[in-house]
Design a protein around this ligand. Structure first.
Ligand SMILES: [Zn+2]
Length: 659
């Protein structure tokens, strides 16, 4: 039990921003902080922390509360344990009476596992530093490995006696039940210490509690198993833990980068050399949960590979998951025969820093190089390489980043960039399952809208590339003027408008919304700028507080728009409008053709998606023997779509490919 005065002291001392920062990277915004919500998955921050009010609130999922609520919710701990957590952090002494055996039994099992694990942890550390055996065997092993005293203490390394029941007897004497020791993996079924004769690497969770151990055997004859891990339990899930993250998280957030190594000793050696932003996957393939942990602090991950060619090829495959999660992956290849542990021990800190900086390569450039070297001149193997790279590229969710990677890979593979784009697009198309607004397209082509009767699941690579092109035009040429004359039946209108006005009007007229939400926000903002100043101000976005928006702006403004890339047809715009009853004359220049063609291609894409959607619905309707009027209506809609599509195709010289 904690007394009221102590509780009040804890609550007065705890700072919400400091607590949340232990788990989430926060950025200052005015009087508050914002960050990515740890309670729901999001790309743009809607999680806000107010130090003045002492509260947090997520505008995305609605979670809110004070520091204690945050810990309870985030760490899945009870109210008293959240208070204890805060007391530990702020070095506030809690006057609690000794926990009796009865009380231990009363706590739920999860808590008992924590208590037993903490008890074992303290025992292992004490045994290393205080017993003769610990000093002679455990400590001297760490010292031989070159670990400094402060590092041994920082990582809370320990040792478990060779005599097989020393820990068990100690624990029984202190009131721990065999049952819980067994569940925590501290003893085995034969009533022996599970970690006997091993040096101990404790594994902490994000909030700093020890949840398990890795033990390394020192004498081979004692056990054939070199490394032994705590078994899975209510508190220890190997796939949800990264060794070293608790100690590394602050440095990872500060440096905005995380080094990933394989072994625990790699992490410790790197720390000793001054590189603290590193974690270990402990020899297994990374899981989604582990990636999510890193992602809370940074998007940038650099993997340190041992210099063994066979191992590298196998490891390359493990990167896909990181790409899928939107991480920016780089790699460093160590010299042949070296691992991060041996390398950092053989070099000074400054040599290590210099090496990492110099040898850090972008993942795609690295992978392409490794695979190409392997394939040699064999054309079959080279096309396999292309496929492999395309598959990885298709996993990158950020299309701007993806475009940059495609550019680099196509250069290395000596393949045309456009071909690579379409191969990647095909991959994405065949994979992505998305709901697409059905009604909107029905309106677009003036067909009576109706609510779809069947689930609308369509495999679609939505018009993202086209959306990007549209924004690119507004960014680079938004304020250039286009002179248009519209002949409509008996009235003739002459319009002087800008590229931005033309594009925005085109989309608004057809009630089209960009599906990429970042693009759509920028688009809406452009429209507001137009209304307010009569022109667009792309530079405003460069300083936008939203990372995704200012990155997009920086990219759009730095890549020159290649006017020659889209083949300009003569007077596309006038042809387009002639067919739908409006006659438009335009000045014959490249820019205007490009603008109109980009818009047409975008509309084609939107209609193609609608057509595909309808075709699938039709198939489903036929298979499920749906009512005849539903089937007829779908037929009619596909026909109307084909009609408009054919008109648009003929303008840009394409033919309808039946699907
Ligand atoms: Zn949330």
């Amino acid at each position: 039990m904690i007394d009221d005065i102590t509780i009040q002291r804890i609550l007065d001392t705890a700072r919400i921003d400091e607590i949340v920062s232990e788990f989430v990277t926060l950025k200052k915004r005015g009087a508050n902080f914002t960050g990515l919500c740890p309670f729901h998955n999001e790309k743009t921050p809607s999680f806000s922390v107010s130090p003045v009010k002492g509260i947090y609130k997520c505008f995305g999922c609605g979670k809110a509360g004070n520091a204690v609520n945050f810990l309870m919710e985030h760490e899945h701990i009870s109210y008293p344990d959240a208070l204890r957590w805060l007391a530990r952090k702020y070095h506030i002494d809690i006057q609690e009476k000794e926990i009796s055996v009865e009380e231990i039994a009363k706590r739920d099992e999860r808590e008992s596992l924590f208590v037993a694990t903490t008890f074992a942890h303290e025992y292992f550390v004490d045994f290393l530093h205080k017993s003769d055996e610990g000093k002679a065997i455990g400590l001297s092993y760490f010292q031989e490995r070159g670990f400094r005293e402060d590092i041994i203490k920082r990582f809370e390394l320990g040792y478990s006696s060779e005599k097989g029941d020393t820990f068990l007897n100690h624990a029984l004497k202190n009131g721990y039940k065999k049952e819980i020791l067994l569940k925590a993996g501290l003893i085995n079924k034969g009533n022996f210490d599970a970690f006997s004769g091993r040096v101990i690497f404790p594994i902490h969770n994000l909030s700093g509690r020890v949840v398990g151990f890795t033990g390394r055997i020192l004498k081979k004859e004692k056990s054939p198993v070199k490394y032994f891990n705590s078994p899975e339990s209510d508190i220890f899930h190997k796939g949800k833990i990264l060794f070293g993250l608790f100690l590394a998280k602050k440095s990872i957030a500060d440096k905005d980068k995380c080094f990933l190594v394989e072994g625990n000793t790699d992490v410790i050696s790197l720390h000793q050399s001054g590189i603290e932003n590193c974690v270990a996957s402990s020899g297994t393939a990374l899981t989604n949960d582990q990636i999510a942990l890193v992602k809370r602090f940074t998007k940038n991950i650099t993997i340190l590979y041992d210099g063994d060619p066979a191992g590298i090829k196998a490891a390359l495959r493990g990167i896909d998951l990181l790409l899928e999660e939107g991480m920016h992956v780089k790699v460093v290849l160590l010299p042949d025969g070296e691992d991060p542990d041996s390398f950092s021990r053989a070099h000074s800190s400054s040599e290590l820093f210099e090496f990492l900086e110099k040898e850090e390569k972008d993942f795609f450039a690295f992978k392409t190089k490794v695979l190409l070297k392997d394939a040699g001149k064999d054309p079959v193997k080279r096309s396999e390489v292309l496929n492999d790279i395309v598959r990885s590229l298709s996993l990158v969710p950020d299309n701007i980043l993806r475009s940059l990677y495609i550019k680099e890979c196509s250069r290395q593979l000596k393949v045309e960039e456009q071909l690579m784009h379409s191969e990647v697009a095909k991959r994405i198309l065949s994979k992505r399952v998305d709901n697409y607004s059905y009604t909107r397209h029905a309106e677009l082509i003036s067909v009576q809208p109706h609510t779809p009767q069947l689930p609308s699941i369509v495999d679609d690579f939505y018009a993202e590339l086209q959306e990007y092109e549209i924004l690119r035009l507004i960014f680079r040429y938004g304020n250039d003027s286009i002179h248009t004359i519209i002949d409509k039946e008996d009235e003739t209108k002459e319009i002087n408008e800008t590229v931005a006005q033309f594009i925005i009007q085109e989309l608004l007229n057809d009630e089209l919304e960009l599906k990429n939400l970042v693009y759509q926000r920028v688009f809406i903002h452009f429209n507001e700028q137009l209304k307010q100043y009569g022109k667009v101000e792309p530079n405003e976005f460069v300083y936008h507080s939203d990372d995704e928006i200012h990155e997009l702006a920086a990219n759009l403004l730095s890549i020159p728009y290649n006017k020659a890339r889209i083949k300009g047809q003569s007077d596309i715009l006038s042809k387009y409008y002639k067919r739908i009853g409006i006659h438009v004359k335009t000045e014959d220049n490249q820019l205007k053709n490009n603008v109109s063609e980009v818009i047409i291609r975008y509309k084609i894409k939107v209609l193609e998606i609608a057509r595909k959607d309808n075709t699938e619905k039709l198939t489903m309707a036929q298979e499920s023997k749906a009512e005849e009027n539903i089937i007829n209506q779908l037929f009619m809609e596909i026909n109307s779509l084909d009609l408009v599509l054919n008109q648009l195709y003929s303008i840009i010289g394409q033919v309808l490919t039946q699907q």
